[in-house]
Design a protein around this ligand. Structure first.
Ligand SMILES: [Zn+2]
Length: 440
């Protein structure tokens, strides 16, 4: 669902009318900062940051910041195409969830296609011919930021696939959420509907984001760049250096922790003239293993993941135990037992990144571990996992204490800072050096 929802907001051909109306609406919005203050009192900082990603970006043009689009009249949803048993009640359930948020627009199921403005179409698809990535698309047509029609296409996956009902419900809710005027996806909140992790119930943050979108003071066509200015106090990526400095001071984080990130926690872009910068892993982080996977290796992956979780809420790492099903992103271990290997263990790690909305993220890390004997494998696995999510160099990040894998205290702090939203993705080595200079 994440990479190819193809949500697009098309401009009307009546561009002049659009411009006139735009000025009119901008006029209404000139007191942007005053209404921003009011909104900042009523919504969490997390909700405002999440909203920014969802409302102003879409993955067809991840680096382009767009304008708001939202409905101004009630939505009449027409269900069509190749439905499967239970689809109607799944759609009714998703509509009820949306309506329970209490937005100024209501969604109703309609039997008349000529009186409908939201078309949910189930496409027939040959068994096994689609992946999760093409589960749904939403095309949103808006004029001056006012949504006029939406076309949602949901692919019919094979009914024999596991968790069909759950997936179907999740895709419907996910696409309905896009159709309200939220074209983007976010990796910041692993438990949220606009994330590729099959959420079937609106979470608290989803509700907040929907309510925020339909705040009267956020007019249709409100430009993302204006939002960035008006909400600069709340958005982590604006004045990111100052916010990071304040965070480190307030949390009494050791200066050396920042230096550790600056020296070997940054991602070097392929273009060597570019500066290394903060690039985070996409949540949830699924871990897979193939090759000579001994049962003890799985235990070590789970133990190390548990230890990483205990250090920060910022990551959500899971070992699914079988081949990938929901996403291509993740950490892939490949174990090879080679009795004639010169060293006891040889590890190599390669990372793939992508542009997720405006920031680069890690999508996939492949860890190849060749081993002659198993003795030191728990440590090798744990260290590789840590390196995969926030380090550029291999090292001994973990120690074994009373037969338990423990992340060294200084690296617990590195991880906690790395996956805190206060350390904004995209901060460069120079930025971190500047912050370091500002610290007492
Ligand atoms: Zn989507």
């Amino acid at each position: 669902m994440k990479h190819s929802c193809n949500t697009s907001l098309k401009k009307s051909p009546f561009i002049f009318l659009a411009v006139c109306t735009f000025f009119f609406l901008s006029g209404c919005n000139s007191s942007g900062r005053t209404s921003a203050l009011d909104i900042e009192k009523r919504y969490s900082k997390e909700a405002i940051n999440y909203f920014f990603e969802l409302a102003f970006f879409d993955n067809t043009q991840p680096k382009t910041i767009r304008s708001l689009a939202k409905w101004e009249k009630d939505i009449y949803l027409f269900l069509g195409g190749d439905t499967m048993p239970g689809d109607r009640s799944r759609v009714i359930n998703a509509i009820a969830q949306m309506n329970s948020v209490g937005l100024p627009v209501k969604i109703r199921l309609s039997d008349a296609s000529n009186k409908s403005n939201l078309f949910l179409h189930f496409k027939p698809v040959k068994k096994g011919s689609i992946s999760e990535d093409t589960a749904g698309t939403s095309a949103v047509t808006s004029v001056d930021g006012v949504i006029e029609t939406v076309r949602i296409d949901i692919a019919n996956d094979s009914v024999t696939r596991s968790n069909f009902d759950l997936k179907r419900k999740a895709v419907i809710l996910h696409e309905l959420m896009h159709s309200m005027g939220l074209p983007g996806h976010s990796n910041t909140y692993s438990v949220a509907v606009l994330r590729a992790n099959l959420t079937t119930e609106l979470t608290d943050i989803d509700r907040q984001v929907l309510m925020l979108l339909y705040e009267r003071s956020l007019s249709p066509d409100y430009a993302g760049a204006e939002f960035e200015k008006d909400f600069s106090r709340s958005l982590y990526h604006i004045n990111a250096k100052e916010k990071l400095t304040d965070h480190i001071k307030a949390q009494k984080i050791n200066k050396a922790t920042l230096q550790k990130i600056e020296l070997s926690g940054l991602h070097q872009p392929k273009d060597k003239t570019m500066e290394p910068k903060v690039v985070k892993f996409t949540n949830p982080i699924n871990v897979y293993a193939k090759g000579d996977v001994y049962p003890g290796f799985i235990t070590s992956i789970n133990d190390a993941a548990q230890e990483l979780h205990s250090a920060t809420k910022g990551i959500d790492m899971k070992y699914p135990g079988k081949a990938k099903e929901t996403s291509d992103d993740g950490i892939y271990f490949n174990f090879q037992h080679i009795p004639a290997l010169k060293n006891a263990i040889a590890v190599s790690i390669s990372t793939t990144t992508y542009w997720d909305l405006r920031f680069q993220s890690i999508s996939k890390t492949e860890i190849q571990i060749r081993f002659r004997d198993q003795k030191d494998m728990p440590l090798a696995i744990a260290n590789a996992l840590f390196q995969a999510i926030c380090r550029s160099t291999p090292s001994g990040y973990f120690i074994v204490k009373s037969e338990r894998l423990c992340l060294k205290p200084e690296f617990r702090e590195v991880l906690r800072l790395y996956y805190d939203p206060a350390l904004s993705s995209g901060l460069s080595k120079t930025d971190l050096e500047d912050v370091f200079e500002q610290l007492p």
